[in-house]
Design a protein around this ligand. Structure first.
Ligand code: FO1
Length: 314
């Protein structure tokens, strides 16, 4: 049986993929497991799409579009243009090469293979040494509640450009979902658990909503080090700041820590949020501040290294 990695990361979205790209520069990649959010997954134009898994695959595989942070570099959109000309929906940008991956995954899932198996095969094909694990192989879908109604995640996020006020978030299917193979072992045997700089409500909460995953994380005795998704009280990307303000009452590192209060031991925050260190201490969370903007690969490695160092601080 292969060795179980000693670092386990909870991850979702572009910030998480960039953080893990930093981690594999400063730690043996084969010693890292990444549990990835699947609440954003959906079927679109008949294709099974797993955006957070693909963002991780493309980033670690060196294929990602550098500015977008999702999708592939050097893409064309001939298939989507042709689909649009035939009346197909074109609000979700799917590049031709990306569609190639979705075709293979869709066929594999229809043939009865599990998402975890397909993801592991893709990771191997792309030369990725870290273990990439979807949180679950079961259907788990994030639904966003707004004054205009409930929307599936990608309708809220991409089609409606995450402009709606969010009044609640549901994780459909989570309560009966089982962790994917190796997920519980990755958490239980980890010597360090990391929570990537991801949206607490939209990326990390769906993972924790799988009951056995939430229990395993809450009962771990290892340090759990988070990286804040905020810089100067604003989200680096996406609507995390607005969700924190609306659902947690304030946009601050303490509000981030508050989402993880029953397991977080440490939180890495940006220099611009240094004033929050006292409020973190009041929550029993050890904080440290540094420059956490991951503007290039070296900056990603710096953030990952700072998170590893923080884990050894009391
Ligand atoms: N994000 C967008 O803002 N617009 C898009 O059209 C879009 C397409 C897309 C296609 C494939 C993929 O893997 C990701 C894509 N994303 C797009 C990103 C995705 O919606 C979000 O980054 C995540 O779901 C949030 O973590």
């Amino acid at each position: 049986m292969s060795r179980v990695p000693s670092i386990c990361v909870l991850a979702g979205g572009v910030g998480a993929a960039r953080f893990v790209d930093g981690l594999v520069q400063v730690h043996d990649p084969s010693d890292i497991s990444v549990i990835v959010n699947v609440g954003d997954d959906f079927e679109h134009l008949g294709l099974a799409i797993s955006p957070d898994i693909d963002t991780m695959l493309y980033t670690l595989g060196g294929l990602v579009h550098p500015d977008q942070g999702w999708g592939r570099a050097d893409e064309s959109t001939n298939a989507l243009t042709a689909a649009s000309e035939l009346g197909g929906e074109d609000w979700f940008l799917l590049g031709d090469k990306d569609i190639g991956l979705h075709l293979v995954r869709t066929a594999a899932l229809r043939a009865g293979r599990k998402l975890s198996r397909v993801t592991a095969d893709f990771a191997t094909q792309l030369g990725i040494e870290a273990q990439l694990l979807p949180a679950t192989d079961d259907e788990l879908r994030t639904t966003v509640e707004t004054p205009d109604g409930d929307f599936d995640f990608q309708t809220y996020f991409v089609r409606r450009q995450h402009r709606d006020q969010v009044t609640g978030v549901r994780y459909e299917g989570a309560s009966s979902a089982e962790p994917a193979p190796r997920v519980l072992a990755a958490i239980r045997r980890a010597e360090l658990l990391l929570v990537a700089p991801s949206n607490p409500f939209l990326s990390i909460a769906p993972i924790l909503a799988v009951p056995e995953i939430g229990e395993a994380v809450r009962s771990t005795e290892t340090p759990v080090v988070g990286v804040s998704p905020l810089i100067g009280g604003r989200a680096v990307k996406g609507p995390a700041d607005r969700l924190l303000a609306g659902l947690a009452g304030e946009t601050s590192p303490a509000a981030v820590a508050g989402r993880y209060v029953d397991f977080l031991t440490h939180l890495l925050i940006d220099d611009a949020d240094r004033d929050a260190l006292d409020s973190l201490a009041q929550l029993g969370v050890t904080g440290a501040a540094t420059d956490i903007l991951m503007r290039d690969r070296a900056a990603r490695a710096h953030v990952a290294q700072a998170a590893l160092e923080l884990a050894t601080t009391r």
